[in-house]
Design a binder for this molecule. Structure first.
Ligand code: SF4
Length: 376
């Protein structure tokens, strides 16, 4: 039930992606990269779960030094998430097999430099170090230029951004790259990837529903998108993003393999037309930027404490850090982003206040009650 894919095949070290290659399953270390022991433990846990590729975030020179140490201790295929500081590429490329950059983060440094020049720099570094690349477009951090150009058309903004970056890399004569276009809404993931694959069937695609949240809902949202895409021959590698305790991160790999096996065997799960009605809780899968591991328990507590509002069409977003949390909660009716000791509670784009981990649930419920009352 998985048709032949039309993408070209690239290599991430010895791992073929695209073309006839099996669909690769990957995940990401959720621990702070500078905590070498915890990150290595995470890498080994994901490797034992069968991960083909493991991503580690790097955002500072301290992270680079930690990664250098981690590299000496593991032979796992590693991908680096460059996050906002793309200039670290030259330091990390010799240590990893793949560089991921987010076009929406390139503007944070050297604002006077063009995106083209920054991509050229990345491509040259990748080429010199035998690294593959990923253009990782994320709906929560769309590049400002695309946000302005496609103000009312989010889908076009993310697809066009990916297509333009492919054109930039093609112009530079580099072929070893994949693209991902992720959103927390599975329908957007489906439509964006369908549209992109139609325009660029040659480019291998990395699939994912970002901030899918906790199982089982996070698994269902992901399955929904993957069933529609893989069954059309779209998708060459994937990540299942789940909000689970660090020690259970291997679940992302197990679920990914199970989804592929089910789709290949024609075992599809249908969802009723009202599946998206009611309360929607989105939560980030956590990464090295999580500032307090209590975030994961908080996400679970949010789910339990708001279950009474199940029938209301509202979205609550729970994010693990101050870097992406503020922006990625903007579109939710109520948002929480977690700092080291406090959780920031938002109503749409407006900040309600910062509260301790022990008190924020009561404040969230008060906001939720007010929202429900205002819609009565
Ligand atoms: S919101 Fe922050 S902690 Fe969560 S996955 Fe994104 S960058 Fe990582």
């Amino acid at each position: 039930m998985i048709p032949t894919r039309k993408s070209r095949s690239i290599l991430i070290r010895d791992l073929p992606i695209g073309g006839d290659a099996p669909i690769a399953v990957q995940s990401m270390a959720a621990t702070p990269t500078t905590d070498i022991t915890a990150t290595l433990r995470q890498v080994r846990l994901l490797e034992a779960a069968g991960a083909d590729l493991i991503r580690i975030a790097v955002d500072s020179k301290r992270d680079v030094e930690a990664l250098r140490q981690i590299r000496t201790e593991t032979d796992a295929r590693l991908s680096v998430d460059l996050q906002e500081n793309y200039r670290l590429a030259e330091l990390v490329a010799p240590l990893v097999d793949k560089l991921r950059y987010n076009p929406g983060h390139l503007h944070h440094h050297e604002r006077e430099k063009s995106a083209r020049d920054k991509v050229k720099y990345l491509v040259e570094i990748a080429g010199a170090n035998d690294c593959a690349m990923r253009i990782g477009v994320n709906a929560g951090s769309v590049a400002p230029h695309y946000k302005e150009r496609f103000a009312d058309d989010h889908l076009s903004a993310i697809v066009q951004c990916a297509a333009d970056h492919c054109a930039l890399i093609d112009d530079l004569g580099f072929q070893h790259y994949v693209v991902s276009i992720k959103d927390s809404d599975p329908q957007t993931v489906i439509h964006a990837n369908l549209r992109f694959a139609e325009a660029r069937p040659d480019v291998p695609l990395h699939l994912g529903v970002t901030e899918a949240g906790m199982p089982p809902d996070g698994v269902i949202k992901t399955r929904l998108a993957f069933e529609q895409l893989l069954s059309r021959g779209i998708g060459d590698t994937l990540r299942v993003s789940l909000t689970v305790p660090f020690d259970e991160k291997g679940m992302e790999i197990a679920v990914g393999r199970e989804l592929i096996a089910d789709i290949a065997a024609g075992r599809f799960r249908s969802v009723p037309p009202n599946f998206f009605d009611g309360l929607n809780i989105i939560a980030c899968p956590s990464c090295s930027r999580v500032e307090n591991t209590a975030f994961i328990e908080l996400a679970e507590e949010v789910k339990r404490a708001t279950a009474y509002a199940d029938e209301y069409d509202l979205t609550i977003a729970v994010m693990g850090c101050r870097v992406n949390g503020p922006g990625e909660t903007d579109d939710a009716d109520l948002g929480l982003w977690c700092g080291p000791t406090q959780v920031h509670l938002k109503r749409g784009e407006e900040l309600v206040g910062a509260f301790g981990y022990g008190e924020v649930i009561a404040r969230l419920r008060a906001e939720l009650d007010a929202l429900i009352a205002s819609r009565a």
